[in-house]
Design a protein around this ligand. Structure first.
Ligand code: UDP
Length: 349
């Protein structure tokens, strides 16, 4: 299996968001099931233990910060184009190619490969141009497109043509923590679609500090939010590699997942549950499909800081072990590998 990584950020940098972790976890899940895996990724990527083919080039702008009707823009020395040149050149060595690039060219090239090319669509509908090329692939090459949740699929007109594969984690790298400290956690790229200001406001109203982990993707957004709250409320801890992140996150009383967009999945929700930390989130997008309301977290009205605050007050009602158990039942690598095999096997013939 050849995996083509995201064109936004190098693996290990955090710039690519959850898809960086997803690529590595899918690779691990497939290897565990006896498959041989290689990964095409941007130059500078780190993926210990994997056959990595790194490619240089100019990355595209992140799709979520462009207007819906934005045209497709291709820089000189395009990284996406270079990724697919590389994949095209070595395609006969592989039975299937699975791309994670949320990119017009990646989707457009689907019928032009001899080795079946399939895509994990990592974001909800954001762009007219991408929706159009995705619709064409969905209709003309059934089964080639997968998404992470039903909520994400529902943002596309062709939801019924999308395979829902969920996501998974290497749970052996996440330690359950039964005890918590009186702090709340927030983990994401720091960018407007992640709604950090809502989490900080709810933390302030709850009288608990908010520990924040993630790459500062949008400096002006971070400056504006951090100016509104004292450091005792909004406590930035930087971007940590998974082993350190999970250890720190595990100390939190709850994770606040306050996305303003239709989050496709929300890796941080699965990671939080894996360390035994309940999740308080909005009834919107992937997190609303993942959290078991009243059991492993609380789901509140979207964009309601009052709802978040009321849920924080009830966090003691939840059993941290139930969170870990949900992660084991739903987000294991074994389950992820089985779902990917079920998706990809019919595409091989
Ligand atoms: N993350 C990390 N270290 C940090 C903060 C975040 O590795 O200090 C990772 C986290 O593990 C997750 C990703 O950043 O995989 C965020 O992904 P998510 O799916 O929640 O959102 P996205 O950024 O893809 O919109």
């Amino acid at each position: 299996v050849l995996l083509v990584s995201t064109t936004i950020g190098t693996l290990g940098s955090g710039r690519g968001g959850g898809v960086e972790l997803t690529v590595l976890n899918v690779a691990r899940a497939l290897v565990e099931r006896g498959h041989k895996v290689a990964i095409v990724a941007a130059e500078g990527s780190v993926a210990p233990g994997f056959d990595l083919l790194t490619v240089a080039g100019e990355p595209p702008a992140p799709a979520q910060h462009e207007p819906r009707n934005a045209p497709v823009v291709m820089p000189a020395d395009s990284l996406v184009a270079n990724f697919f040149w590389a994949a095209h050149r070595c395609q006969e060595r592989f039975d299937i190619i699975v791309s994670f690039a949320y990119d017009w060219l990646a989707y457009f090239l689907t019928p032009f490969f001899q080795t079946p090319l399939a895509h994990v669509v990592g974001m909800s509908s954001l762009s007219d141009a991408l929706d159009q090329v995705l619709a064409r692939v969905a209709h003309q090459l059934p089964g080639r497109l997968a998404v992470h949740t039903r909520a994400q699929a529902a943002t596309f007109d062709f939801a019924d043509d999308l395979v829902v594969v969920g996501n998974g984690l290497d749970l052996s790298g996440y330690d359950f923590q039964a005890q918590s400290e009186p702090v709340l956690g927030w983990v994401a790229r720091i960018a407007p679609e992640k709604g950090l200001e809502d989490a900080a406001a709810a933390a302030e109203a709850s009288g608990l500090p908010l520990r924040v982990w993630g790459v500062i993707e949008d400096e002006s957004y971070w400056s504006a939010v951090s100016a509104r709250f004292p450091p005792a409320v909004l406590n930035y801890r930087g971007f940590l590699p998974t082993p350190q992140l999970q250890a720190e996150l595990g100390k939190c009383r709850a994770l606040l997942a306050t996305h303003h967009w239709v989050e496709a999945f929300g890796n941080v929700v699965a990671e939080s549950l894996a360390v035994g930390v309940p999740v308080i989130s909005y009834r919107r997008g992937g997190p609303a499909e993942l959290v078991r309301h009243g059991e492993t977290g609380f789901l509140v009205e979207a964009d309601s800081v009052a709802g978040l605050t009321a849920a924080v007050a009830r966090i003691g009602e939840l059993d941290r072990l139930a969170c870990r158990q949900q992660a084991e039942a739903e987000f294991s690598l074994a389950a992820l590998g089985r779902r990917f095999e079920a998706w990809l096997t019919p595409l091989l013939s």
